[in-house]
Design a protein around this ligand. Sequence first.
Ligand code: M6R
Length: 616
Amino acid sequence: MCGIVGYIGNQKASSILVNGLLKLEYRGYDSAGLATIENGKIEVLKDKGRVKNLYELEKKNNLTGTVGIAHTRWATHGMPSKINSHPHTDETNSIAVVHNGIIENYIELKKFLEEKGYNLVSDTDTEVIPNLIHYFYTKETGNDKLKILRAVKNACDKLVGSFALEILSKDYPDNMIVVRKDSPLVIGKGFDEIYIASDIPAILSYTRDFYLLDNLEFAFLSRDSIKFYNNNLEKFQKEATSISWNAASSDKNGYEDYMLKEIYEQPTAIRETIGSRLDGENCNFYELNLDKKYLSSVNQIYIVACGTAMHAGLSVKPTIEKLCKIHTQVDIASEFRYKDPLIDQNTLCIFISQSGETADTIAALKLSKKKKATTIAVTNVIGSSITREADYSIYTHAGPEIAVASTKAYTSQIAMLTLLAIYFAETLDSASKDIIQTLKENLLELPSKIEETLETIDQIKDISKTMFKEKDVFYLGRGIDYATAEEACLKLKEISYIHSETYAAGELKHGTIALIEEGINVIGIITDSNLVKKTVSNIEEIITRGAKTTIVVSTTVSSMIDKSIFDNIIVVPDTSIFLSSIVTVVPLQLLAYYISKEKGLDVDKPRNLAKSVTVE
Ligand code: M6R
């Protein structure tokens, strides 16, 4: 996955482009580059490394062009290097392209171009694009304004895979062409200037009015106009979407890192997620047209997602089964899409994705539609690719999440899916009014419970100081606590690079306990008072073998246990067991964060990872 930015207006493009890239670095950060048109000539600056290298390059080179494209890369084809960085140009330097996505048939296209005499110099899939455009451009006989657009369209017709493209041509120094297929791209309109980016936060400080391109729609841009063309190059009109977030919600706002800011934003995010869903007597999902007759015909629910979003599904499965009495399965999208799942028109498939751009999740959704299942996307990003594929889309409204490690998206996904379970149960009349009423009250109390939980911060900082040198950490839990432990464990792995594993507490003695030795760190989560004794006795077994233990427990559970046997006890407020993940995960997000800080790592941009994984 990569990030792209574009500008066309009256200001110096290069500095606007670098600023935009800095906001998109979470999408990729192994190389960065930009191209502007300077006196009718394309100038490219690029190098491997972070956007700050490009920033230095930009300062040294006084580019004054007012039209430009830029890119921050997460390598898929070819090592991070200057030559593999974007923008790529054709060999005559008359076309420049930045690309987010993957061209699956690039080897075949490279061969075709080489046979036509083109000399490609990089190891990337992208380089075929400017050369193909150049090839088709030279075949054009007309001399009208749309000659370049036809060449771009002809080139796109040859591409197999995904792409969001910004294209500059030296013959059109006041224009830019953009097009997308299965990779995100937004166009922001200012006054006599146009901004383009992979996502809205990168250009939110310039405009609130955005156009969202659909697959294979082209936009021909001048500083004062945007002309839209469909894949037959017929002109059409598009409505702008206005965004209510402000730029501050995507800035660090005084926090040292985005991750810490986003952890602290969880009370607000949950408030926004719940929003007006609980305003009347019943839980309100006005956008869903799923009545009692339809819901009664559903014989299974599938929740499909990746990473943290999949963990949110694991936490909600018991709630859906308890309230709706419908068998619910949770699957990893990259497994689901290749296993010929047993689903049909009586299956309801729910796809969770913060970004709405995860390739495997979108592919799984398309497969479910083919098999006639009803599909719901739960996402945080308005207009993201997943929302264009699903039968219904529900927005979590957690606000922009920038840190690679997902935090507020996870807790708001659980809150939203719990609301959805309540809505289904109310429609089906499948759960007692008392259970539903208590759950609604617990949902509304969540923001203040999270605020209370955030007060554990000093205790967490102290624990992180004793844990950051560890090589291995184990996480344990039962039921929903096990699902939370999976998420807490992923947080630690991805930002601290400490090896960690999660185990169901009762499963230890079936093999894993052999790994427990003197001094090893084990983190347990216990919130279900009915299961306290069982889980505590599992933890006692590992204490006997020398493990150091930290437990996260609810207030009620803390009053039921012998505290003297544990090294650290983190107490969080009581809530419904169905919402416990939202509270217990918070100190463990903080623990991962402070361990990463103790190790001096880049919390927001962990190695080898990108925020949304738009490739398989
Ligand atoms: O945008 P998505 O929710 O579809 O992303 C899914 C995963 O890639 C994502 O949750 C990933 O696991 C995070 N880095 C975890 O913090």
